[in-house]
Design a protein around this ligand. Structure first.
Ligand code: SAM
Length: 355
């Protein structure tokens, strides 16, 4: 079965590659960043629309699935009043007006892990309520890229909506064995940036953390001092993220859109070096023939903002089976979720919400 989708906040097309693999064809893309646009055109040979807020929803082609890894913005009066007006002035409002006009059968939205607890859960509540008011049955879950065959510990909130009453079953997504960083490394080449031995300290008996990370050592830079006890240098949290060194026997921490210097250090076969740009793309599941241009700083931003392709592929496969090919055409009455279930998120908001 073939289907059409639109790629909003398209970045470098992580969503697009994943959905194309399931037989989808992209009929509209929007991305405001000139470097991301350049990379997108280079790889997909397609033209993009820029600022989505300037696009008339009536001009967007009909489609079956709307995809959006939208930037998170607080809805100031969210949760107090319900309804369309609450989201005005935010980029989610642009998603709503497109859904209202085009009525795609399915929606897939992506955001950072802590989207679920942003503004004490109000942001998620407003999004789910708005989608339900438009007739979509919604479900959401935090998924981790490492469960989909890439060695990166990267958790993301995924919201899936269906117009035909289907409640997306996340348990059907096929999970894979967790690989290690060493599985995605390039052959030794002249671009490898090794550290001198005097620039780092290795710790004794590194241990695998539940996340799969193995903290192997640290660069000899300033350590945190506030509230730090003596003889705790072996603990990863004592060292700022860009100074940490991870063993290639484990997984890699989240690649961040904020880390324009690409300070991702690995310990492999007795030496410490930075990951290469190609290795960072591989940690996001991008194929080896994915082309890149522009400064390293911009490339690290693009990579950290993107979505892990093998995870998208699995979502696309199940959206097709569970929603697009489903015989259920009866629209369920709008489901109003109880406040208590929406606010029971269980963890604090510690990650910065960007992109
Ligand atoms: C989290 S990233 C999504 C990246 C994408 N999923 C990928 O695989 O690369 C959000 C993107 O939204 C873009 N963006 C922000 N405001 C926008 C707007 N008004 N119109 C179109 N794109 C916008 C940003 O430039 C950024 O690339």
């Amino acid at each position: 079965m073939s289907f059409k989708f639109i790629d909003l906040f398209a970045g470098i097309g992580g969503f697009r590659t994943g959905f194309e693999k399931s037989g989808g064809s992209c009929v509209f893309s929007s991305e405001i960043d000139p470097h991301a646009q350049e990379m997108y055109t280079l790889n997909y040979n397609d033209k993009l629309f820029s600022d989505i807020t300037k696009v008339d929803e009536k001009e967007i082609p009909n489609h079956d699935v709307l995809l959006a890894g939208f930037p998170c913005q607080p809805f100031s009066i969210a949760g107090e009043k319900k309804g369309f007006n609450d989201t005005r002035g935010t980029l989610f409002f642009d998603i709503e007006r497109i859904l209202k006009e085009k009525r795609p059968k399915a929606i897939v939205l992506e955001n950072v892990k802590h989207f679920k607890s942003h503004d004490k859960g109000k942001t998620l509540k407003v999004v789910l309520t708005a989608l339900q008011e438009l007739g979509y049955t919604t479900n959401w879950q935090v998924l981790n890229a490492k469960d989909f065959g890439v060695p990166q510990n990267r958790e993301r909130t995924i919201i899936i909506g269906a117009l035909n009453g289907v409640e997306f079953d996340f348990s059907k997504l096929e999970r894979k064995e967790v690989p290690s960083i060493k599985d995605i490394l390039e052959e030794e080449n002249e671009s490898f940036e090794y550290l001198e031995k005097s620039e780092y300290t290795l710790i004794e008996n590194p241990k695998r953390q539940p996340s799969g990370l193995i903290f192997a050592g640290y660069r000899n830079k300033n350590m945190r001092t506030k509230g730090v006890r003596e003889n705790t240098e072996h603990l990863s949290r004592i060292h700022k993220q860009p100074n940490r060194i991870y063993s290639t026997e484990g997984t890699h921490p989240t690649l961040s859109s904020q880390e324009s210097a690409g300070r991702y250090y690995i310990y492999h076969q007795g030496r410490v070096r930075k990951l290469t740009i190609r290795e960072c793309f591989r940690l996001m599941g991008f194929p080896n023939d994915f082309k890149f241009i522009g400064s390293k700083g911009k490339l690290y931003n693009r990579i950290g903002n993107s979505i892990v392709i093998p995870m998208v592929e699995e979502i696309a496969k199940e959206v097709k089976i569970q929603i697009l090919e489903s015989s259920s055409l009866i629209q369920k009455p709008v489901r109003v979720m109880k406040q208590s279930s929406l606010f029971d998120f269980g963890d604090g908001f510690s990650e910065q919400l960007v992109g």
